[in-house]
Each structure stands twice: as structure tokens, then as C-alpha cells.
Design a protein around this ligand. Structure first.
Ligand code: HGY
Ligand code: MN
Ligand code: MN
Length: 430
């Protein structure tokens, strides 16, 4: 093993190898699911992606296991097995019709880091665990970061039984369908004593890095998100026979709620709040029937916890009264709620000094998207490294990050882990 002295030649990630791995994961997509990548939480395809990760990491000689939540961990031994682990990783599931980089970039960067350490026979004191999280996307069940919430103790068996997808399949049923036992997820919990620090690399999913020409972002805070389903019930009736003044139209009420949400987010009181309605279901969904019932799925994001929750309360209150005025009924159901998180300064500073040592420009910025880092930071001090997203687009087939940009971020990830390994050693074994 080569001890990594400070100032040794930096490990340089291989762009072509990174791209090959990105392409291999991107190929694992639901057949006939339309453009982009569709690999939803707790599906056979997600498990196929974990099997690929398992194979590649096993081939590198790491000890690999999958926990009760479906997260896969690969450990490279350190010289001092009594030390807690350093970690790196991200998620392998996607939203429907996604790009190829959200989550995958961080897993591929972790894999490349493990390969660089193996090829250079790098010595580190702390064991290092490379992690592929399960079920980070909330697209299917509403709640984001289920795999990492479970290890952080933020989600338990009851949650898993109560959340379901558009087909009525619960999170628990989906877990069972791919071989996991929801009632046993507590076994996957991480203990703070077992972990020293964790770094996630992720695409920015915004346009700050690209617009400022900055190759690396270091995240200081991650937005929270509150997600609700609003159900508006009117009266289905004939679109030709029912005069306008005799209607109880749930779709027109829903349209007014969507515009209300947008106006709230643009209100000067809500400078950082982002409210979206990305999904709406009208029934019976016939062109010749006035919509009797319309469901809206609302996502409220903010880096200010109070403002996030107060905005949701104001939206619900004002939407309810507009429905009363329109003579339709209103009901709101909570789907998921995650608080904003401020990531530890110490890790940010380590990644920042790593960038400086590597002469790589960086920028500290908040994350509008949620991440596994947000959850595991409850158990282990976590850092989040961003690489640029072209045109700031994500959750879309046109999502893209160049292999060179990913290689730059990966080199920072690898060097950052080794810097933490040096910095965090107990003095006795330094
Ligand atoms: O929804 C999010 O922010 C993340 O992509 N799960
Ligand atoms: Mn993601
Ligand atoms: Mn995502």
C-alpha cells in the first residue's frame, strides 16, 4: 500500500471510464417507457443497477453487502480497522423519463474513486465505504430519500405501509416485491459511532456553476421540501348539457390553485421559496365530461424551514377558501416533509482546501434539490460536491454533464476522502 503523503501526485479520474459507467447504468431503463431513463424506486431495474454496482465493486476486491433498506455498500479496508468509516456515494434510482446523471454521477464517481485507490494501492487509515442508496427519488411514492432516511432512522415500517404510488402499491409492497422485508428496516440503521464523515458528489441540477464557469460546487445548505396532494371534488356532468353557471368544475378550481401557488412563490415575502405542481390527475378524464375530481401534487421547497411550512399553510388556507367560493370541496393530504439542512462547515472547508490544492476553482452554493446527504447528515457529518448541469436542466432526458466535468469532480472527491483520512486520524496513529 502506498501511504498518501501530502503533496503527492493527485489521483486523476478517467473521463472515458466514467462515461462508460454512466452509459452502462443509463441502459437500465424500463422498456417502452419513453425518452430518457426510467428506473424507479424498489423496482427490479433498480435492483439490476445495484447488482452491477455490486459486481464492479466486488471485482475491485471490496467487501460488498446490501442492507435491509436496499442500499448497497462496498468497503475498502483501512490500516486501522478500529476506526469508523469514511464514505462516498449517491443513488441509483431515477424519476420517470430522467437523464443519465442524477444520482448515477455520484455512484460512478465513487466507483472511479475506489478504482483509483485500488490501482495506486493507496493506503488510508479509515475504512472507506462506497454506497449506492436505494429509492432516493420521491417521484413514485411522494417521499424522497427513503433508503437514506431509513439508515438515518427518519423512516420506519409504519411509513412504508402508509405511502403508495399511483397504482396503489405501497412502499412496503414494492420493497417486498424486490426481496426486502419492510418490518426489518431498522437493521439497516447507521450508528454515528460507525462513521467518521461522508462525501456525496451530485450534478447541480441548476445553472449556477455553468453560468459562472465554475467546475466544482461545495454545498452549504440543502433545501427542505414539503409535498402535499390536494384533492378537489366537484360534480361530473355533461360538457354540452351543463350551462356554465350550474357547474361544480374541479379542474377550473385546480387551475386557480396552481396559479395561486405560483403567485405565492413569486410574492416578495417568499424570496427563496419554490412551489411546483408537476402532476395533476382529473377524473373521469373524458373530453365530454366536466372533471368531477382533480388531484394536484404540490412540491414546496425552501432553505428556510419556517418559511417552507408557513407557505404550505398559507397555500392550503387560501386554496380551501377559493374552493368554497367555487362550490367544490377541498382536501389536502401530506405526502412527505423534509427540513432544510445546513451541512457542516468543517467538511466544506476540507473540500475547499482540496480544490485549492488541486488548483480547481470552486464556489459555495445552496442546493434547491434534495439529496441523500440531507438525510445521512443526521448520522454522519456529510459534504456535498456539485458538478455542472448543462443549461441547469435535470429530471429530463436532456440532463447532461461532460465526462471531463465529472472527472474533475471525481478527482476532488478522491482527494477529499484522503484529506479527511489524514485530518481525522487519532493523533496516536497519525
Ligand atoms: O426531488 C429532488 O429534489 C431529488 O431529485 N430527489
Ligand atoms: Mn438526485
Ligand atoms: Mn432527482
Amino acid at each position: 500500500m502506498n501511504p498518501v503523503a501530502t503533496g503527492t501526485a493527485p489521483l486523476v479520474a478517467d473521463p472515458a471510464r466514467l462515461q462508460d459507467h454512466i452509459d452502462a447504468f443509463a441502459a437500465l431503463s424500463e422498456p417502452d417507457s419513453g425518452p430518457g431513463v426510467t428506473r424507479l424506486a424498489y423496482t427490479a431495474l433498480e435492483r439490476q443497477a445495484h447488482a452491477v454496482f455490486t459486481r464492479w465493486m466486488t471485482d475491485l476486491g471490496l467487501r460488498v453487502w446490501t442492507d435491509a433498506a436496499g442500499n448497497t455498500l462496498a468497503e475498502r479496508s483501512g490500516t486501522n480497522p478500529d476506526l469508523p468509516a469514511l464514505g462516498a456515494g449517491s443513488h441509483l434510482d431515477s424519476v420517470p423519463n430522467a437523464g443519465a446523471y442524477d444520482g448515477i454521477a455520484g455512484v460512478v464517481a465513487a466507483m472511479e474513486t475506489a478504482r483509483l485507490f485500488a490501482e495506486a494501492d493507496i493506503e488510508h487509515a479509515f475504512p472507506i465505504r462506497f454506497v449506492a442508496f436505494a429509492a432516493e427519488e420521491g417521484a413514485r411514492f411522494g417521499q424522497a430519500c427513503t433508503g437514506s432516511r431509513i439508515v438515518a432512522g427518519l423512516t420506519g415500517p409504519d411509513d412504508l405501509e402508509s405511502k403508495s404510488d399511483a397504482q396503489g402499491v405501497t412502499l412496503a409492497e414494492a420493497m417486498r416485491s424486490v426481496g426486502f422485508a419492510p418490518h426489518e428496516v431498522a437493521r439497516a440503521r447507521w450508528q454515528s459511532a460507525d462513521w467518521a464523515a461522508f462525501l456525496e458528489l451530485h450534478i447541480e441540477q441548476g445553472s449556477v456553476l455553468e453560468s459562472t464557469g465554475t467546475p466544482v460546487g461545495i454545498v452549504d445548505q440543502i433545501s427542505g421540501s414539503t409535498r402535499i396532494m390536494i384533492e378537489i371534488t366537484g360534480r361530473a356532468s355533461h360538457t354540452g348539457g351543463t350551462p356554465m353557471h350550474l357547474r361544480a368544475d374541479s379542474m377550473t378550481a385546480a387551475a386557480e390553485v396552481v396559479l395561486l401557488a405560483e403567485s405565492l412563490a413569486n410574492d416578495t415575502r417568499h424570496r427563496g421559496t419554490r412551489i411546483s405542481v408537476g402532476k395533476m390527475e382529473a377524473s373521469p378524464g373524458s373530453i365530454t365530461t366536466i372533471a368531477g375530481r382533480t388531484r394536484l401534487y404540490v412540491d414546496v421547497r425552501d432553505i428556510d424551514s419556517d418559511r417552507q411550512r408557513l407557505t404550505v399553510a398559507e397555500l392550503v388556507e387560501r386554496a380551501k377558501s377559493l374552493c368554497e367560493r367555487r362550490n367544490v370541496t377541498f382536501a389536502a393530504t401530506a405526502l412527505a416533509d423534509a427540513s432544510p439542512v445546513i451541512l457542516p462547515r468543517r467538511l466544506r472547508d476540507t473540500v475547499a482546501s482540496t480544490c485549492t490544492d488541486l488548483q480547481i476553482d470552486y464556489r459555495v452554493l445552496p442546493s434547491g434539490a434534495s439529496h441523500d446527504s440531507q438525510m445521512i447528515n443526521h448520522v454522519v457529518p456529510t459534504g456535498l460536491i456539485f458538478v455542472p448541469s448543462r443549461d441547469g436542466i435535470s429530471h429530463s432526458p436532456v440532463e447532461w454533464t461532460s465526462a471531463d466535468e465529472l472527472a474533475t469532480g471525481t478527482s476532488v472527491l478522491a482527494a477529499g476522502l484522503l484529506a479527511l483520512d489524514q485530518q481525522m486520524r487519532p493523533h496516536a496513529t497519525a
